[in-house]
Write a protein that binds this ligand. Sequence first.
Ligand code: KG4
Ligand code: ZN
Length: 334
Amino acid sequence: MNILGIETSCDECSVAVVADGKTILSNIVASQVERHAPWNGVVPEIASRLHVEWIDEVTFSALNASGLSLEDGINGIAVTYRPGLIGSLLVGLSYAKGLAWAAAKPWIGVDHVMAHLYAVQLENEIAYPHLGLIASGGHTVLCRVESPDEISILGATIDDACGEAFDKVAKHYGMGYPGGMKLDALAENGNCAAYNFPQPSLGARRYDFSYSGLKNAAINQLEKFRTGKGETSLPDIAASFRKAAIDMLIGKLKLAAEDTGINHVVFGGGVSANRYLRRVINDDSSLKTYFPSLALCVDNGAMIAGLGYQLLIRGKEAGLELNAQARVSEFRCP
Ligand code: KG4
Ligand code: ZN
């Protein structure tokens, strides 16, 4: 069963074709990064307008690369319908609805966060239940994954998302764009012990995260840095911030693993590309961890097609009334 997956929740316009929820036949990712770089961040209006311009071409490139035609080769269409930038989501969702209706194909709306958790299944066979940790520009979620379409949330950020904190610190220091990746690269040459940035105390909120205090602590060093009064360098600030931010993720994850007795962990979201995170986790023999390859860490249509397949074989077809949602209070599939 071949599924066409469409992803336009943020600044990547991506379409993929995946066979049986497993084999990627094509995965085209058209990044808008260069168009947002002058503003050091994603501009929602620019993002949605570019999706409108690009979506058709990206879709037909994905179909061509898969060697399949929409009419004869595609059995269903999956599309991200939440969470994300509302204008961008609406472009992909409306396009998918139109395509499905015109080609008379079944279609399904897919939750973007749950799709990030599914991304590793495109490259590995991971048994359920396992723990999931999603850290991206919009989410920091620790959960227990029962099946492809069922997760229970153990904890989440109470303020900024992990990737968002990376982006904001990078922006304040002019480290470049996209911020998380640039900060990570800079940190490779820094001393992570140069600053002792605070870890929040969340009391009884055992599995929750908070990045706002850490972000502000790092940003507050900027004045010293600019006036040359601080003794530290940009790589040192990057390395110290990165260590504090990632250690928080790992600390909560280890608590959850101890409490639940589940030590298989799936990572997803842009922050899972972080080099320090991968090094520390790979050295930790108490956890069996699965990272998506770098191409599947970022937003991509393949993870949407993969999870879409799982939903369609469970009979969860969407109706034309399904609408886009910028935010979600609970993660579930329709
Ligand atoms: O999953 P994603 O591509 O899009 C969202 O759904 O947000 O994640 C993007 C986020 C950004 O905040 C970006 O700065 C962060 O992932 N990111 C990183 C790294 N690469 C991307 N954060 C830390 N280290 C990285 N190497
Ligand atoms: Zn994402």
